[in-house]
Design a protein around this ligand. Structure first.
Ligand SMILES: Nc1ncnc2c1ncn2[C@@H]1O[C@H](COP(=O)(O)OP(=O)(O)OP(=O)(O)O)[C@@H](O)[C@H]1O
Ligand SMILES: [Mg+2]
Length: 360
């Protein structure tokens, strides 16, 4: 069992911080997804945890033991960390069973114990029927499972995965996601899982860490990340919707925030300590409703574009008061408006971004 702690971990390449003062605590047995734009430092962070990179500053602890610090760098093979990367290097001349057993052989395990652990890992990943095959005779998803089994066989208390499903098709991804979830349930291992796919992160993770330019923006359960993004970056990166400037006027008795958006009053959710004044507001598609043009209390807008989404239509709107902004809502196919049509938009909810003011 392994708790993972990062304390002000920093890593620079050629003077550019790839990972900047990252503090992170992953609980024993937690499934944490690491999400962020390309180049934001996700792989570097994982390599630091695994021991392939040495931090310039900060400390890393695994299961209470310091593995990286100012005067300590424990080598990767002594960290008891399992690794599954996108480019899974399987031995082409070995069978599936031999590939999976290889780390056990290197570790010098006896025959009986080796066979027991190999077979357990093959069973966990549903590979019993493929034990005798060569990697070349497997599908991409099956190869991916061999890589996972080879990692599991060592029974690592901490598993690091770097986009393990990135080169699989959508159906295989879904099947493999289930296997990762099942593996996690079964072993109770702590997992840190890098992905580009938000839906995957939301489906699998207890918490998601969003990274941007080497820094952690927010670490929160999927629902909190979607409903209460702390920064404009997180609001824009997670899910879809609109980011608008507004003015926080005060709070209602029920704790909701009174916000003016282009003179239209809306009652939104906000932190109770949110200061009045200019704020950024996150409006998800489900916060907006279409109304007939000039309905009192609605924002006058015009339909800029409609995109069919299968059963529903994504409607992009341009508020008359600010044609540079766009609002997005989803409408059933039957009631979708026409491009160019004038409409009213009712604002039924939304969230005031707490750390927005200094970013305006
Ligand atoms: N060995 C290296 N030498 C120099 N710069 C590096 C090195 N490794 C990474 N970088 C730089 O550090 C930054 C973070 O890279 P990293 O690979 O961690 O990003 P990432 O979040 O994993 O991106 P992606 O989603 O594209 O895989 C990038 O700007 C990258 O160019
Ligand atoms: Mg990467």
């Amino acid at each position: 069992m392994a708790e993972l702690l990062l304390d002000a971990v920093t890593k620079q390449f050629d003077g550019h911080p790839a990972v900047a003062a990252v503090d992170l605590a992953v609980a024993d047995g937690e499934f944490l997804a690491l999400l962020g734009p390309s180049g934001c430092g996700k792989t570097t962070l994982l390599r630091l945890i695994a021991g392939f990179e040495r931090p310039d500053a900060g400390r890393i602890r695994i299961a209470g033991r310091e593995v990286a610090g100012p005067d300590r760098q424990v080598p990767p093979e002594e960290r008891r960390v399992g690794l599954v990367f996108q480019s899974y290097a399987l031995w082409p001349h070995m069978s599936v069973a031999e590939n999976v057993a290889y780390p056990l052989k290197v570790a010098g395990l006896g025959r009986a114990e080796l066979a027991r652990r190999r077979d357990a890992a093959l069973a966990t990943t549903g590979l019993e029927g493929f034990a005798g095959r060569r990697p070349a005779d497997l599908s991409g998803g099956q190869r991916q499972r061999v890589a996972l089994a080879r990692c599991l066989v060592m029974e690592p208390p901490l598993v690091l995965l770097d986009e393990p499903l990135a080169n699989l098709d959508v159906h295989l991804r879904a099947a493999m996601q289930e296997e990762f979830a099942a593996f996690h349930d079964k072993t109770g291992a702590t997992m840190v899982y890098i992905t580009h796919d938000q839906a995957e992160a939301m489906a699998l993770a207890d918490r998601i860490a969003v990274m941007h330019q080497g820094r952690l923006q927010q670490v929160a359960p999927p629902r909190a990340l979607y409903n209460e993004p702390e920064t404009a970056m997180v609001a824009g990166f997670i899910g879809e919707g609109s980011l608008l400037e507004g003015e926080l006027l005060g709070f209602e008795a029920d704790g909701r925030a009174r916000v003016s958006l282009w003179g239209c009053r809306a009652s939104l959710r906000a932190r109770p300590d949110q200061a009045p004044g200019r704020v950024l507001v996150s409006l998800r598609p489900e916060h907006l409703r279409l109304a007939a043009a000039e309905t009192p209390g609605t924002l006058p807008a015009r339909v800029r574009r409609t995109v069919y989404r299968g059963g529903r239509v994504a409607v992009e709107l341009r508020p008359e008061a600010d044609p540079d902004t766009s609002l997005l809502l989803l409408e059933p196919e039957a009631s979708a408006p026409e491009t160019g049509q004038a409409v009213g938009v009712a604002i039924k909810g939304g969230w005031v971004i707490p750390r927005s003011t200094e970013q305006l």
